[in-house]
Design a binder for this molecule. Structure first.
Ligand code: AGP
Length: 610
């Protein structure tokens, strides 16, 4: 998730772009850059790091110009560096583009363009856009951008300026990456999000899916990407700056809960080829024959990432028939693990900076194990030290409680399990195709769960004053019981425990009473009958059951006190849907208890101490 800013008018472009980028820094900041047009020359400046580093670069040598674009990057392809920072240029250095999103077919485009003599300066997917526009630059900038868009596959928001078109800023959008146009007097603004526009204008127009906009100092022209004209009036935005950073949500956590369908789609994007079927994770850094030679896989992680690793165990053992161990990273070293070159260690971490997980990765590598990371931050310590990386593309996660990063991790471990199964020729390609198709369609089901927000809020209202919760799950859902309990603990400060439901009769059933709600994860599937018995056990002891169940399941509705419905899905993919439901439950309980759900007490987003 990156930040884009653009300006065309009679004022100084940098005076809008730099503050605008700073207002978008919450969208990601591993590098930043700016391109301005003055007369017939294009000036590009870039800096790795935060916006402040770019500001320092410009302080002593500020580029002139009344036209420009700026970008703050959250890397998905190519680690943070000046070369990979946006804007990216064409070969001639006359055209600059900035981009938010993922170009699925960038590898094949890059190969074709290179064969035509285009020389690339970065490792990014973005750069192919600049060279594509250059390829078609025979009939003006707008026509070239429209023609280039026809070759692009994926989700993107792109802004483009050229020294050959001094009063024109062109923007295109396809898929979920937003772009907003702001109307000024003799100047026109562009940004990924509204905060960058506030203070300059409240008259805005959102560029919709599949649209192109041509911005000049005094006009905005809209077209479809097929070139057909569109007419639409601007609207007036009433948000203040803080509300705008949260896109109108009251908290970053809720915003990020609702960003999960896009996070999972972006994590799966360009990695699933249904034809093959093929699972493509080139950054994993291991060839299929190396994967086929493994005799064990060892997950190491902390917190929610450890819960994702537990789900990964079920999936890897099911798809690849490879023995899997899962360790809490802070415990890993104390058991003096027995590892060698045929063991693959997989470290899962949203931040890539968790000290315990870093230490575990180093321990594994010291013992000769190949080590890969599943990580959300390109260029983080974990990503740099691992032999390979599977990046989750959840975008920057600001809420301390992991939500979209967690479900993106679930998508990543699913892909890893399928990849291992194919490499070991131990999974039916038909199953791979079925699960891969399910992953691709999963964001739509995730949106269905999110529509239950009011139902879940209503349930939360009934239990705000409780002191203890018990979460029960079996098999693939046991890790979700742990995750649901952690979410509730960390943002509402209520004591909550996740337990394998089969263990109820070995102790926890003594806890059951009317005061302690029991969240039972009981969707249809292989654990349904046994979980239904657990629900009956709790009810027989006057317990209160909140069931997370398949929508329309009347049998469970008759047994449980309350139901949070999730849509039917492949059993392997149910954890993602259940996670969303439990995140919303914890969020509303926390908010109703007046807790700071974005920054819970005593917690930090990244635990860089052991
Ligand atoms: C999750 O909601 C927590 N904030 C925490 O448990 C987190 O998952 C853990 O600290 C691991 O962080 P990481 O994924 O960045 O390594």
């Amino acid at each position: 998730m990156c930040g884009i800013v653009g300006y065309v008018g009679h004022g100084d472009a940098v005076s809008f772009i730099l503050p605008g980028l700073r207002r978008l820094e919450y969208r990601g900041y591993d590098s930043a850059g700016i391109a301005t047009v003055s007369g017939m020359s294009l000036d590009v400046r870039k800096a790795t790091g935060k916006i402040a580093d770019l500001e320092a670069l410009l302080a002593s040598d500020r580029p002139p110009g009344t036209l420009g674009v700026g970008h703050t990057r959250w890397a998905t392809h190519g680690r943070p560096s000046d070369a990979n920072a946006h804007p990216h240029l064409d070969c001639q250095g006359q055209l600059a583009i900035v981009h938010n999103g993922i170009i699925d077919n960038y590898r094949e485009l890059r190969k074709a363009l290179a064969a035509e003599g285009h020389r690339f300066r970065s490792q990014t997917d973005t750069e192919v856009i600049a060279h594509l526009i250059e390829r078609y630059q025979t009939n003006g900038l707008e026509a070239a951008v429209l023609r280039a868009a026809r070759d692009l596959r994926g989700a993107y928001a792109v802004a483009c300026v050229a020294s050959t078109a001094p009063n024109t800023l062109i923007a295109i959008r396809r898929g979920s990456s937003p772009l907003v146009i702001g109307f000024g007097r003799g100047e026109t603004f562009l940004a990924s999000d509204i905060p960058a526009l506030l203070g300059h204008t409240r008259e805005i127009l959102v560029l919709e899916e599949g649209e192109l906009a041509v911005l000049t100092p005094d006009s905005v022209t809209l077209r479809t990407l097929d070139g057909l004209p569109i007419r639409r009036q601007p609207s007036t935005v009433l948000w203040d700056g803080e509300a705008a950073e949260k896109s109108g949500y009251p908290h970053f956590m809720l915003k990020e809960i609702f960003e999960q369908p896009e996070a999972v789609r972006n994590t799966v994007r360009e990695r699933v080829d249904l034809e093959g079927p093929e699972i493509q994770i080139p950054e994993l850094g291991l060839k299929d024959r190396e994967l086929a030679g493994l005799n064990r896989l060892c997950f190491v992680a902390c917190g929610s990432s450890w819960h994702a690793a537990l789900v990964g165990k079920y999936l890897v053992e099911a798809f690849a028939r490879l023995p899997v161990e899962v360790d809490i990273a802070s415990e890993f070293r104390y058991r003096r693990p027995v590892l060698d070159s045929r063991v693959l260690t997989v470290a899962i971490s949203q931040s890539g900076e968790t000290a315990d997980t870093l230490a575990a990765l180093r321990e594994a590598r010291d013992q000769g194990s190949r080590a890969v990371a599943i990580c959300n931050v390109v260029g983080s310590s974990l990503a740099r030290e691992a032999d390979g990386v599977v990046y989750t593309r959840a975008g920057i996660e600001i809420g301390v409680a992991s939500t979209k990063a967690f479900t993106a991790q679930l998508a990543a471990v699913t892909l890893l399990g399928l990849k291992l199964g194919l490499a070991r020729s131990l999974v039916d390609p038909a199953l791979v195709r079925q699960v891969a198709k399910g992953l691709w369609e999963l964001p739509d089901l995730m949106s269905v769960v999110l529509q239950q927000r009011d139902t879940i809020r209503g349930i939360a209202e009934r239990f705000v004053e409780r002191d203890h919760f018990l979460y029960l799950g079996r098999g693939l859902h046991y890790p979700l019981a742990l995750e649901g309990a952690l979410k509730l603990k960390e943002i509402s400060y209520i004591h909550a425990e996740g337990y394998p439901a089969g263990e109820m009769k070995h102790g926890p059933i003594a806890l059951i009473d009317q005061r302690m709600p029991v969240v039972a994860i009981v969707p249809r599937g292989s654990t349904y009958e046994k979980m239904t018995s657990n629900v009956e056990e709790v009810k027989a002891r006057d317990g209160v059951v909140i069931a997370v169940a398949t929508e329309g399941d009347e049998a469970i509705a008759a047994k449980a006190d309350l139901v949070i419905p999730v849509p039917p899905s492949l059993e392997w993919l149910q954890p993602v849907l259940i996670a969303e439901a439990l995140q919303l439950l914890a969020y509303y309980v926390g908010v109703l208890r007046g807790c700071d759900v974005d920054q819970p007490r005593n917690l930090a987003k990244s635990v860089t101490v052991e």
